[in-house]
Write a protein that binds this ligand. Structure first.
Ligand SMILES: [Zn+2]
Length: 140
């Protein structure tokens, strides 16, 4: 399901304005964190800026810095209170990367060893240093 909607119909903006109820874990003037209604695991939390930014490229540096600190603090809280062994922090940008709601957000997904939730099955191939140098030329 793809939920690329305007700001007015953005589901996260509606959660911020309390039109849609949510289970709020944390809230301040810039950010809101709530429990995911489709959790991967117990305590799966979404952290969002209160202002509508479509992705990480749009978000102001100050707000992003604030958000990642909140993500860190909530990750520690979740690991401590829910007695989990680890967590994934996921942040997807654009549909190609799996972004389903176009309001910039972070997932905190609690994990335990062998929880069978998901594994990072990232196909990786070793490349030559010459290849890396060519890529570096494109980036610098
Ligand atoms: Zn929004």
């Amino acid at each position: 399901m793809c939920l690329f909607l305007s700001e007015e119909s953005c589901i996260f903006c509606q959660i911020i304005s309390k039109i849609i109820p949510s289970n709020i874990v944390y809230e301040d003037e810039l950010s809101l964190a709530f429990l995911d209604i489709f959790p991967v695991s117990k305590g799966h939390t979404i952290v969002i800026p209160k202002k509508h930014y479509q992705n990480i490229e749009e978000i102001s540096d100050d707000t992003l810095a604030h958000l990642i600190i909140i993500v860190k603090q909530l990750s520690i809280l979740i690991r401590d209170k829910l007695n989990v062994e680890g967590y994934n922090i996921l942040q997807n940008n654009f549909p190609a990367a799996g972004q389903a709601i176009n309001h910039c957000h972070f997932h905190i997904i609690p994990r335990t060893v062998d929880d069978d939730k998901f594994k990072m099955m990232i196909p990786r191939t070793q490349v030559s240093n010459e290849y890396l140098k060519k890529v570096l030329e494109l980036l610098t």
